[in-house]
Design a protein around this ligand. Structure first.
Ligand SMILES: C=C(O[C@@H]1C=C(C(=O)O)C=C[C@H]1O)C(=O)O
Length: 296
């Protein structure tokens, strides 16, 4: 009887951490429809906890906040070709505010828990683009109550999308500023909120499994893009967003590319926030999926 086989760590599916927000839904769609879902263990958690769990060895590959990746690029490698960001307004990372941005000097800004990149981007824009120094306090994830006790608040994920969509319908409410949109206007570059990262140690020990998961993610992304209308219609049955909103969010606002322009955007963010520029800028990625000679 092969009891040893059952417990063999190397046969374990790669544990893949995702945020559980709508920005990962197209990937589930593609992973399910290509059957690559059978080759990974999906684990949902908040972006900051995914990063902690990846670094602690509790996950093998995960979508981690860009700021965490920049801080830990010695332990992590980014998978090429895929990230979560946008080249213009993203809709799911926003600053909601009772006043204009240049009126936020000395004002209280509530920062969403669990989304360190959105928080850092908002602070960077306020301080460096608008010359505004505000008082930052911990915020909540509830778009309805988040402005109680604060003049403005950073939201990300589905709560931000909700705020962005409501603003279009009830223009009398608080203003909603799209953080990636403001970044794009300021720098001319796309913004990367999360990269898919693997621990270097896992990449060394299990290159074939990591390459297969990487290929699975790329194929899932491409299939979801090709089937966007159907994806939006199926998702709208369960989410508080209508089909046109989801079609536009999945198909236009979200950008899963991670090529030269996105790397330039990430490098610029690293420079402006005082992080070292990550090695991937000089071409250090996990070996590209599909190139079996580099992963055998
Ligand atoms: C804006 C989004 O990106 C999220 C924002 C993150 C951050 O601010 O650190 C991290 C992961 C992303 O999933 C979103 O999920 O909608």
């Amino acid at each position: 009887m092969e009891i040893g086989h059952y417990a063999d760590r190397e046969r374990r599916r790669p544990r893949l951490g995702h945020t559980g927000f709508l920005d990962c839904v197209p990937l589930f769609w593609g992973l399910a429809r290509t059957a690559a879902l059978l080759d990974v263990d999906l684990v949902a958690d908040t972006p900051d906890r995914l990063a902690r769990r990846l670094l602690a060895g509790d996950l093998d590959i995960a979508a981690v906040p860009a700021v965490t990746y920049l801080r830990h690029s010695e332990e992590l490698l980014a998978l090429p070709g895929i990230a979560s960001g946008s080249d213009g307004p993203m809709m799911s990372s926003v600053l909601v505010s009772n006043v204009g941005l240049d009126e936020l000097r000395g004002a209280t800004v509530a920062l969403a828990p669990a989304g360190p990149t959105s928080r850092r981007l908002a602070q960077l824009l306020l301080e460096e683009r608008y010359g505004v120094v505000s008082r930052y306090v911990p915020g909540s994830r509830d778009p309805v109550s988040v402005l109680r006790g604060a003049d403005a608040a950073v939201l990300f994920g589905d709560a931000a999308l909700h705020a962005a969509v409501s603003r279009g319908r009830t223009p009398a409410g608080p203003r909603v500023y799209d953080l990636a949109g403001l970044w794009r206007e300021w720098t001319g570059l796309p913004f990367v909120f999360a990269v898919w990262a693997v621990r270097r140690e896992v990449a060394r020990r299990r290159p074939v499994a990591v390459a297969a998961a990487h290929r699975g993610l790329l194929a899932a992304r491409d299939l979801a893009r090709a089937e966007n209308a159907e994806l939006a219609a199926r998702t709208a049955r369960w989410e508080p967003f209508d089909v046109p909103t989801l079609e536009s969010y999945f198909g236009h606002a979200l950008d899963y590319s991670f090529g030269a322009r996105q790397v330039a955007g990430l490098a610029e963010f690293a420079r402006l926030t005082g992080h070292g520029v990550p090695a991937l800028v000089s071409g250090e990625w996990f070996p590209v999926a599909g190139d079996e000679s580099t992963v055998a």
